[in-house]
Write a protein that binds this ligand. Structure first.
Ligand code: SAM
Length: 275
């Protein structure tokens, strides 16, 4: 075994000024386990990788030694490089709706969390939060925001097109990002999220919707495909819909005034099938 991951854990741990004991504490293993990883005697379990990446302030690819092949997945990688928070630091309204329906403490996943405004809000309010995004520059700001707010979020880098959940959450939250999933992958990915939601758990999601009368932005991203009206709701016919809406609103992101149409859904996984 050439132990690339062990060497990376050692180098990143030193860079972060962490002892083996402290790293072990952060990822809920014994310090002997950390020592074995670093010496190439064993390798960390896949389920520990997000925690390790968060503790070592890197992404899973770098940890595994794939950094040289790291490709840019999203244009936001550049946009988030500015000092200011592109989306601000105030949580979106959907966060308050989640809190009303399922108050903390619960396990919450924020998918495509951007610069972390929603994930950090949830963590500050007592949820146990895991969050990922494809843009490392956004995650760096998200980690900084969490530090400033004196709270902890398990942030890691992942591409939602190939990342699949293996552990369960009580709440899955995704704001303004599901249009990056191409239509042919939507059922499979949402099924994975639904299966990894606890009974009585909640999905809070919104999607940008295509409307023929809304002009397409000149800088339309090639990786994005808006959803059709009502499409999101069709994936939740077996869940209890707590809230759903479609609305058109003005937006000024990127400094160019434009309009969007958005469908929003809050749905609860049913424990019994009687409605
Ligand atoms: C409109 S922003 C929304 C960010 C955040 N949810 C918020 O409400 O502030 C869309 C986000 O999707 C992320 N993204 C785009 N493609 C992605 C992918 N394939 N996997 C994970 N995240 C992706 C971008 O980096 C960006 O942060």
């Amino acid at each position: 075994m050439n132990n690339i991951i062990g060497k990376n854990i050692y180098a990143l741990r030193k860079k972060q000024g962490l002892t083996q004991e402290r790293l072990a504490e952060l990822v809920n293993v014994s310090f002997q386990a950390v020592s074995k990883w670093e010496n190439g005697i064993s390798a960390p379990d896949v389920s520990v990788l997000p925690l390790l990446a968060n503790a070592l302030r890197c992404d899973i690819d770098s940890l595994m030694g794939y950094a040289a092949e790291q490709r840019k997945i999203t244009d936001y990688e550049e946009r988030y490089k500015s000092r200011a928070y592109y989306w601000g630091t105030m949580p979106s309204n959907m966060c308050y709706e989640v809190m009303k329906l399922l108050p903390p403490p619960l396990r919450l996943l924020d998918i495509a969390c951007g610069e972390g405004k929603n994930a950090v809000f949830f963590a500050r309010n007592g949820y146990s939060v895991t969050a990922f995004d494809a843009a490392e520059s956004g995650l760096e700001k998200a980690r900084r925001l969490a530090d400033e707010m004196n709270t902890e979020v398990n942030f890691f880098r992942a591409d939602m097109l190939d990342f699949r959940l293996e552990s369960e959450f009580d709440i899955i939250f995704c704001s303004g990002a599901l249009h990056y999933i191409p239509p042919k992958l939507r059922t499979e990915i949402l099924e994975n999220y639904k299966q990894h939601t606890s009974n009585g758990g909640l999905h809070a999601m919104n999607v940008f919707v295509e409307k023929p009368f809304i002009e397409r932005p000149s800088d339309k991203e090639t990786s994005a495909t808006k959803w059709s009206s009502g499409e999101l709701f069709t994936h939740y016919t077996d869940w209890r819909i707590e809230f759903c809406s479609e609305r058109i609103f003005d937006c000024n992101s990127g400094g160019v005034p434009h309009k969007h149409c958005m469908d929003t859904l809050l749905a609860v996984k049913q424990t019994d099938k009687l409605r």
